[in-house]
Design a protein around this ligand. Structure first.
Ligand code: NAD
Ligand code: UDP
Length: 324
């Protein structure tokens, strides 16, 4: 069995972070989950609180933190457009100051640190599918810039701390991921469609629904993140992690309609500015270096996600922003 490590997960109470914490606790590591609960709630990690190898710290990563750790997964950042656009300056601070603080911590502790970056670094891509070598087409003054440029700046900080200070870094670029424990009011397309379908509300397609996304189930994604952290010493990334299965938003809506057997109707709403028209990961690098590829098809992942949404009480979830 592998050595027990002290692992910090920032954003550890969130959708992906809570699953990551769960996996690391199961592997018997000492896990510190750090979160300011902006887009999550304690219930996501409630089942871990009594474990002797799990600790929850309420902290905002825009402030420095002093800990002793062997590994850091940096996931703290609002991820849904409605959440990150709610306070764009704070979003940028979370990415940039958050990166500086975890990198400083990693430098002092000689810890390996992984950055949860995003397909948004490619912006509205002219190249399809997107390989890691593609430099992207981001509008630096658009409404998504606080997130896209914040994540791009964080990648720069990661590689510069590596080049100049020898910090052991890893970067993963995560493509749209869904699954149980997504915030039901986060405004993302999968949570919106399922919530609307289950409540018999109109299903809101932004634009004509011809834009595409590639949806990865959370278990596949978390497996990829862990493999990257534990991968070879000379593979730092950035590496794309996502499911190459590409769907139009209308196809996703039709699938949700079918799987929920709802009476909801599809309605079109205006397309938000700078909404990327196509998105699909090229995962050649992840296959080669991490021996990783997603296993869960969209239909199967959606069934599990819908079951989870059916099990929750809506009133238990506080909408972090009015934008849902
Ligand atoms: P999420 O909103 O559920 O999780 C983010 C967590 O970070 C939340 O628990 C939130 O409270 C916390 N947080 C936000 N600002 C913070 C701050 N200043 N200090 C401390 N904690 C803070 O979203 P998620 O989908 O789980 O995303 C996790 C990470 O993965 C994010 O960094 C996101 O950018 C990245 N990512 C996710 C996706 C996806 O499709 N889910 C895609 C690309 C990248
Ligand atoms: N979308 C939609 N209806 C919704 C929410 C989102 O049609 O109720 C569209 C959105 O315009 C985008 C896609 O779904 O084209 C994915 O949106 P999401 O916010 O989930 O993620 P991102 O745009 O960051 O990939």
């Amino acid at each position: 069995m592998s050595r027990i490590k002290r692992i910090l997960v920032t954003g550890g109470a969130g959708f992906l972070g809570s699953h990551l914490c769960e996996r690391l606790v199961e592997q018997e590591h000492d896990v510190i989950c750090l979160d300011n609960f902006f887009t999550s709630q304690k219930t996501n990690v409630e089942h871990l609180l009594a474990k002797p190898n799990f600790e929850l710290v309420r902290h905002d990563i825009t402030q420095p933190i002093f800990l002793e750790v062997d590994e850091i997964y940096n996931l703290a950042c609002p991820a849904a457009p409605g959440h990150y656009q709610y306070n764009p300056i704070k979003t940028m601070k979370t990415s940039v100051l958050g990166a500086i603080h975890v990198l400083g911590l990693a430098k002092r502790c000689r810890a390996r640190v992984l950055q949860a970056s995003t397909s948004e670094v490619y912006g509205d891509p002219e190249l399809h599918p997107q390989p890691e070598s593609y430099r992207g087409a981001v509008n630096p003054v658009g409404p998504r810039a606080c997130y896209d440029e914040g994540k791009r700046a964080a990648e720069t900080l990661f590689v510069d701390y590596h080049r100049h200070n020898g910090v052991d870094v890893r970067i993963v670029r995560i493509f749209n991921t869904y699954g149980p424990r997504m915030h039901p009011f986060d405004g993302r397309v999968v949570s919106n469609f399922i919530r609307q379908a289950l409540r018999g509300e109109d299903i809101t397609i932004f634009g004509d629904g011809s834009q595409t996304r590639s949806f990865c189930y959370r278990d596949d994604l978390v497996e990829g993140i862990i493999r990257m952290m534990n991968g070879s010493d000379n593979f730092l990334g950035p590496v794309n992690l996502g499911n190459p299965g590409e769907f139009t938003i209308r196809e996703l809506a039709d699938l949700v309609l079918e799987l929920t057997n709802t009476k909801s109707k599809l309605v079109e709403r205006p397309l938000p500015p700078d909404d990327p028209t196509r998105r699909q990961p090229d995962i050649t690098l992840a296959k080669k270096n991490l021996d990783w590829e997603p296993k869960v098809p969209l239909r199967e992942g959606l069934v599990k996600t819908i079951e989870w949404f059916q099990s929750i009480r809506w009133e238990d979830f506080r909408a972090p922003t009015p934008n849902y």
